[in-house]
Design a binder for this molecule. Structure first.
Ligand code: AGP
Length: 616
């Protein structure tokens, strides 16, 4: 999704903005641009392609202004071209603007402005915004320049339908930026004699850890000396300055080849951070600080309903299995994008959870709003403090795994698995789970980081296996019960970063169609844990082997497969059911990562993808 950054301060804005754009690359984009304001005019550079290309292009260009805005564009309206890249400038050169979101009524606005003599050079919805601001700016009475500019933006936004996170400069107003948000994230960074705007903290963390999380419907007017926040209705808002808990090192590679590699290997520490302070003194259950719902009310819940997208949805499927297994309460899991429109009949004693690493996924946000509109409480599991979903939920649990920069979710996913397991414990122990079972369960969760370390030690072996499977064009991932969602996650990991077609299935489902795909050209990865399903999964493997399908087995240590059944084996330590999905995930993450590296693909910024999908 698009990335936004703005800067006002004592330094030249361009270097700050270009560094910020580099840190926003992980959000996913296809073009980038920067504009600075100096001596009553804008100096602008914008290009399709990577930020490095933009940086190269600006080397030959003077960008002297100390006020500037920058943008990485994830195309919605209009192709990937230099012209469609942001910033956009109004016809008379007075207004420069960047935008994250979708202006749903841009066609009508464009028609109105065309009738007023405005012309357009791009195919974007965004360009109508800067010309409409200019239209209002020309009509605003000339009072204090800043307020004329601010009121022109305010008037414009009152005509806009859709979503936006915008930052705007006016050529008549040096050292001023107006910004606003509705449905797209925007934060204000309060630095030492400088102010910044950004889509997320990663863009500005190198300059400040003091941020204000803007809310939907709020506008900010930044100058070189201060900032004020108002609502679209011009009501004053008292800003709350938060301090970000992580720092620039967390957003650096620190010697790893890719953020995805770093975040896979960070998982033991991430799991420890997720659990920290969240077990009861007697060690028999979990405890959460921010649920904002009493244990008594929790006990009255007859059904849990999870809403999420992508990997987070896979984590919900595992939570469903564990809550039903250990707490004996029915759980429903919905794709957030489907729930919004399905209008499913609901039981009044339902408690909703959203799961979202970014806390900004528009489908999950909209699904949460739909559930709240119907009077249901919604708790949020997410990783970004101050994110929109976190702020609009009735309560929730932060994952505390630090920034996840790689587009492919890894440490955030296993952290979500852990929190799902902790929820199952929490609910189970307020119902029928015994004290001793609770203690065993807690000890199992506490062992997860060390068990993950054991699997990570096999990385070199998994890399060798990956080299042997990197040239295939199709892959099946197969697992049962709580490992079926892990099979789905493995397939998603592989397809989203290597572009190899991969599908996840319940292992027994092979017989109902997918087995037609099996040949020597379509390998399968089976998740084969010790336990009641072991022999059943082995039977499915034999059906594949009988049709010459290659097999990678993720196998519990201590289990033995018939000779020759698996072509390659990755061992995982035997463990409690509650942590099995976490442990079984690590091999499929590593396999996908190393296959992608082998193919030389862009691991952290795969084509067409964004870290946080903030458009429908
Ligand atoms: C997972 O690797 C993908 N990046 C994607 O499916 C992601 O999980 C999904 O977009 C949900 O994102 P969220 O957790 O930030 O809501």
């Amino acid at each position: 999704m698009c990335g936004i950054i703005g800067y006002i301060g004592k330094q030249k804005a361009a270097p700050v903005i270009l560094e910020g754009l580099k840190r926003l690359e992980y959000r996913g984009y296809d073009s980038a641009g920067v504009a600075t304001l100096y001596d009553g005019h804008f100096d602008t550079a914008k290009k399709a392609g990577r930020v490095d290309g933009l940086i190269k292009a600006t080397k030959a260009q003077k960008l002297p202004g100390t006020t500037g805005i920058g943008h990485t564009r994830w195309a919605t309206h209009g192709g990937v071209t230099d012209t469609n890249a942001h910033p956009h400038i109004s016809n008379d050169g007075k207004i420069a603007l960047i935008h994250n979101g979708v202006i749903e009524n841009y066609v009508g606005i464009k028609k109105f402005l065309t009738g007023k003599g405005y012309t357009f050079t791009s195919e974007t919805d965004t360009e109508v915004l800067c010309n409409l601001i200019d239209y209002h700016y020309q009509k605003e009475p000339v009072t204090k320049e800043g307020s004329r500019f601010l009121e022109a933006v305010r008037k414009t936004l009152r005509h806009v339908e859709g979503t936006y996170g915008i930052a705007v400069m006016c050529a008549d107003c040096p050292a001023e930026i107006v910004a606003a948000r509705k449905g797209s994230p925007l934060i204000l960074g309060v630095g030492d004699g400088e102010y910044m705007l950004a889509s997320d903290v990663a863009a500005i963390i190198s300059r400040t850890q003091n941020v204000v999380y803007l809310k939907d419907g709020e506008m900010v007017h930044m100058t070189a000396k201060n900032f004020t926040i108002t609502t679209l209705e011009a009501e004053d808002v008292s800003p709350v300055i938060d301090t970000v808990s992580w720092n620039i090192e967390d957003a650096e590679l620190n010697g790893y080849a890719h953020f995805m590699e770093k975040e896979i290997f960070e998982q033991p520490a991430a799991l420890e951070n997720t659990m920290r302070g969240r077990f009861s003194e007697d060690g028999s259950t979990a405890q959460f600080g921010g649920l904002n719902i009493s244990a008594a009310d929790f006990r009255q819940i007859d059904r849990f309903h999870f809403l999420a997208c992508g990997s987070a949805w896979h984590a919900c499927l595992v939570a469903e299995h564990l809550i039903e297994r250990f707490a004996r309460v029915p759980v429903e899991v919905d794709y957030a994008s489907e729930f919004r429109y399905r209008n499913t009949p609901l039981d009044r004693s339902t408690l909703f959870f959203t799961v979202s690493q970014s806390g900004e996924t528009i489908d999950t946000l909209a699904a949460m709003r739909e559930a709240k509109r119907k009077g249901y409480k919604v708790l949020a599991i997410n990783n970004v403090v101050g994110s929109t979903i976190a702020r609009e939920a009735d309560g929730g649990v932060y994952q505390h795994v630090g920034p996840e920069i790689g587009v492919a979710s890894t440490k955030a996913f296993t952290s979500q698995l852990l929190l799902g397991a902790m929820l199952a414990l929490y609910i189970g122990r307020m119902r029928d789970m015994s004290f001793s079972d609770g203690v065993d369960y807690v000890n199992a969760l506490k062992s997860a980081p060390q068990l993950v370390r054991q699997v990570l030690e096999q990385a070199p072996k998994i890399r060798e296996i990956a080299k042997r499977y990197a040239h295939y064009h199709d892959f099946l991932f197969l697992g049962r019960l709580s490992l079926f969602p892990v099979a789905l996650e493995g397939a998603l990991k592989l397809k989203e970063i290597s572009y190899i077609h991969a599908e996840g299935y319940p292992a027994a489902e092979m017989k109902h169609g997918p087995i037609a795909l099996i040949s020597e050209q379509c390998p399968s990865l089976f998740l084969v844990p010790a336990g009641e399903m072991f022999n059943k999964v082995v039977s499915s493997m034999q059906e594949i082997k009988a049709r010459k399908g290659k097999i990678i087995a993720v196998l519990s240590t201590g289990c033995e497969l018939p000779a020759g059944l698996a072509d390659d084996v990755i061992h995982i330590p035997e463990c409690h059911e509650a942590v099995l999905p976490i442990i079984a995930t690590v091999p499929v993450q590593l396999l996908s990562y190393y296959i992608t590296v082998e193919l030389g693909r862009d691991v952290d910024k795969p084509r067409n993808l964004a870290k946080s999908v903030t458009v429908e």
